[in-house]
Design a protein. Structure first.
Length: 447
């Protein structure tokens, strides 16, 4: 992006409020944020048509349909690893309040909390659990885990990026989303190109776009004013092709204007309960709505599985949250099906660290730097358990060809392997993934 001029009030107004404000303006206008930024940038600037050409070129290079990613993440280190398929091994103290059974996943399966086996069979066919070593043990190491300890490189290759942001950068041109940055719907911190992104609560989206809210009328006025300013600028300085491109948006004014109204309608199921507002259920609803309207290539949410449960004496919270969040996964799957998105949207879960399989003196679970789990499903994912864990709570190596434990991917490299493999499962070309997310591919996981 071109540097800002000292006296550029239009650009300052456009950018005021950060990325979320830019997104809301783009939704109101019906134009991608890249268009707004390019149109307000000092001349010479890379034209919006050049941005679109780059998008089309990247889309044609992908071997399979690119996926939008809904990513669940937690800096609390939720104990999903303690009760998932593959964690029921001799010596482990799994939650006694959760019934255990063999859970069928794809062509195989493993013993785990039986609630996982209650998910629809079609979902379990592409539901994967990758047992890994997070190599983090403290909450402030969240950013380190999310960048796979430096294995995720920025676009220039000379620094690091969070996995969610790197995946968004890879996907945005091919998906043609309204914005290129990931969109955080949960409270977990997320950076993009080193800068923190602003959280956008589901209830805030609904308040802006639902029904005939006065804010929606304000956005319509914003849309008309912004389009007028853009057209005036391009009439004076743009090319004929640029003006023709903008004319196509102007001719579909009603369609662009309805974007916010459509989003408001899709958010109609958000909870009216104060205790549930903006929590996991609402985040699932909003994430599917944003994916349906192709707003962002990556949306982050948080599905809790017990949280920071050192003092969960009888593991009741772990039990309840595990059951609730598996239910949220079932709801996510159902909503993706209703929207026709099961072949276009994938899900991932990756937390800062896992929890000990052994309970502490208070009955809860302490942090575990040696074992966590990545959960994923999508069109590019083959259901199953990949790798494993010892009864002492240490992740095992992974055989990349079969997914069995004790293979060629050492335990200390399983976090990087999981992130690299997730990127491949989203449909990104191997050469692009190799340049941004370093690690070995777990080939057995890829459908």
């Amino acid at each position: 992006m071109s540097p800002q001029r000292p006296h550029d009030p239009a650009r300052r107004a456009l950018l005021r409020g950060g990325g979320a404000a830019l997104l809301l303006r783009a939704l109101a206008v019906g134009l991608p944020p890249a268009w707004l930024l390019a149109a307000s940038a000092p001349r010479p600037a890379r034209s919006p048509l050049a941005l679109l050409a780059a998008r089309d070129a990247l889309a044609q290079s992908s071997p399979r349909a690119l996926q939008t990613l809904i990513l669940s993440t937690s800096s609390a280190g939720d104990p999903v690893n303690a009760n998932c398929p593959g964690a029921y091994v001799p010596g482990a103290q799994n939650n006694p309040l959760l019934a255990a059974s063999r859970v069928t996943l794809g062509a195989g399966g493993a013993r785990g909390a039986s609630v996982w086996g209650e998910l629809p069979e079609a979902l379990r066919a592409r539901l994967a659990f990758v047992h890994l070593s997070p190599r983090a043990v403290a909450h402030p190491e969240y950013s380190a885990t999310m960048s796979l300890h430096g294995a995720v490189k920025n676009a220039a290759g000379n620094g690091t990026e969070m996995l969610a942001s790197a995946l968004a950068q890879l996907a945005a041109p091919g998906l043609g989303t309204l914005q290129g940055e990931p969109l955080p719907l949960c409270r977990e911190p997320l950076t993009y190109e080193g800068q923190p992104l602003q959280n956008l609560k589901p209830s805030e989206l609904k308040a802006l776009f639902a029904g005939s809210d006065p804010a929606l009328l304000d956005l319509r006025a914003t849309r008309d004013a912004a389009l007028g300013a853009l057209y005036g600028d391009l009439r004076a300085q743009g090319t004929r092709a640029q003006r023709a491109f903008l004319d196509r948006y102007l001719l579909s004014r009603d369609e662009a204007r309805s974007l916010g109204e459509r989003l408001g309608a899709l958010l109609g199921d958000l909870s009216t309960d104060e205790d549930l507002r903006d929590e996991a259920g609402d985040q699932v609803i909003a994430a599917v709505a944003l994916a349906q309207l192709q707003v962002s290539p990556v949306v982050t949410i948080r599905l809790p599985f017990g949280g920071d449960n050192h003092q969960d004496r009888d593991l009741t919270e772990e039990q309840l949250q595990t059951q609730e969040s598996v239910g949220h996964l079932a709801d996510l799957w159902a909503r993706l099906g209703a929207a026709g998105l099961r072949e276009r949207v994938s899900f991932g879960l990756l937390n800062v660290f896992g929890r000990e399989l052994q309970r502490n003196s208070q009955g809860g679970r302490n942090h575990n730097r040696a074992h966590a789990v990545m959960v994923a499903f999508g069109a590019g994912v083959r259901g199953g358990v990949y790798g494993g864990v010892t009864g002492e709570g240490q992740a095992r190596a992974i055989n990349p060809a079969t997914g069995a434990p004790d293979g060629d991917i050492p335990a200390d490299e399983t976090l990087e392997a999981a992130g690299h493999t997730l990127a491949l499962a989203l449909g990104h070309p191997p050469e692009a993934v190799a340049s941004r997310v370093r690690g070995q591919a777990i080939r057995a996981l890829l459908a």
